[in-house]
Ligand binder design. Structure first.
Ligand code: PLP
Length: 429
């Protein structure tokens, strides 16, 4: 069976999957990663890059370098290490900026994602008694909901009254852009902030960040995005979209290891504004006066996203990020996104061949409205399906009661792996 859509044509046979791999210009990147193996030595089918990306083989050497420099140089390592620690965060700035479509001075890598959301909300959530609402999507990631609720409470508002929730229409699973824009317009007078994810973790839906940012701007409120599932997955243009701020983690599609150092974007009109209120720490201070150790020392923010830094960077945690961003720079987001569309489109095509009463893909069908991930709702014995997937060596995410989230990633997954995964789904009864 064949299908020819916008993504080119597909066929169902195994040889077709092999041919797609043979023609894939990015196939060599798989070699750059450690793929876990099953007890019998075979590699697992790893579709969990949306949760924890695989380890780049180059990460170990870069971490080892820092351990060595620490052993041999101790405090001198701040300036004499192979990659001096004092300016360690500088080397990830430009590649991280390229990933999210920003200028280098708009980006800084630091902390964890939720920490960064709080730091950014401490500046960009400026509520007044009349205007304190925060708009968020209904099935947002729990940490984001906790962060938003606690920000409301911290500023003296009732969380339930302050949260304005964008929900799908009844009977639908994803948000319609027009509904989000309508809600922003309608609630505008009481909205202080729009804080949504760029790609929803559960459905895999890519939101129209440009349109949402424009609507927030028209309503006169700030707009920030959580890019946990977007960074390294879809192409972003945060500067041009005129987003106020964004934050992302680096352990999902960015393959930088468990709890990896996260990233932040602050639009240059704010990054350069020294008068903004923010939480201060020495690493956000102008390096020329950073070390003034006296009581009257006044915090002088750097005129860039760096001004939101508090502490000196965790070098050992940041080392894998260096390894990972080198890979993204070398492979390039346009090429990765192009393969990703083809890879995920292929999975969708194979699912389309199965009887419709078995599975429903709740992720949008339009390629522009999804990234790597498909969220597959299993109608028939979902828990047994999950067990079958596990025993077949598939690593993917199962959300109670019945959704399997699979994310074929263009850096290390193959078309043949997608084909094998679909074979397992097709056998499930
Ligand atoms: C993964 C994820 C998080 C995790 O937060 P951490 O602070 O990195 O632990 C938060 N929000 C979203 C939307 C996520 O997908």
């Amino acid at each position: 069976m064949t299908d020819s859509g916008a993504q080119g044509s597909y066929q169902t046979g195994e040889e077709f999957a092999r041919a797609l791999d043979a023609a894939d210009p990015l196939s060599k990147w798989r070699e750059a990663f450690h793929v876990p193996r099953r007890p019998d030595g075979r590699e697992v089918l790893y579709f969990c890059g949306n949760s924890l990306g695989l380890q780049p083989r180059s990460a170990r050497g870069i971490v080892a370098q820092e351990l060595n420099d620490w052993a041999t140089l101790a405090v001198e390592g701040h300036f004499r290490a192979a990659r001096p620690w004092y300016s360690y965060h500088e080397q990830v700035r430009a590649p991280a900026a390229r990933l999210v479509g920003a200028a280098p001075h708009e980006v800084v890598c630091m902390n964890g994602l939720t920490v960064n959301l709080h730091l950014l909300m401490s500046t960009f959530y400026r509520p007044s008694p009349e205007r304190y609402g925060i708009l968020i999507e209904g099935c947002a990631f729990p940490s984001d909901l906790y962060a938003v609720r606690s920000q409301l409470r911290l500023r003296g508002f009732e969380a339930d009254r302050g949260m304005i929730v964008a929900s799908p229409r009844s009977g639908e699973t994803t948000l319609r852009t027009e509904d989000v824009l309508g809600l922003i317009e309608r609630e505008g007078p009481r909205l202080a902030l729009v804080m949504m994810s760029g790609v929803n973790y559960f459905t895999g839906q890519v939101f129209d960040m440009r349109a949402i940012a424009a609507a927030a701007r028209r309503a006169g409120c700030a707009v920030g995005f959580d890019l946990a599932h977007a960074a390294g997955n879809v192409e972003l243009a945060l500067h041009d979209w005129d987003v106020d701020f964004a934050a992302w983690c680096s352990y999902k599609y960015l393959n930088s290891g468990p709890g990896a150092v996260a990233g932040c974007f602050i639009h240059e009109r704010h990054a350069r504004d020294l008068s903004l209120p923010r939480l201060g720490g020495w690493w956000g201070n102008d390096p020329r006066t950073r070390f003034r150790m006296h009581l009257e020392a006044e915090f002088k923010p750097v005129a860039s996203a760096d001004a939101w830094q508090l502490s000196n960077p965790p070098i050992l945690a940041m080392a894998p990020l260096v390894a990972s961003l080198q890979i993204f720079d070398a492979a390039g987001m346009p090429a990765l996104r192009s393969k990703s569309r083809r890879l995920t489109g292929y999975l969708q095509f194979l699912l389309d061949q199965m009887p419709s009463q078995r599975y429903t893909v709740i992720t949008p069908r339009e390629p522009a409205a999804r990234g790597c991930q498909l969220s597959i709702l299993a109608h028939h014995r979902p828990r047994e399906l999950h067990a079958e997937l596990e025993s077949a060596g598939v690593v993917c995410d199962f959300r109670e009661p019945n959704v399997v989230r699979v994310a074929p990633t263009p850096l290390y997954n193959t078309f043949h792996e997608v084909w094998r995964f679909a074979e397992i789904l097709a056998r499930h009864v």
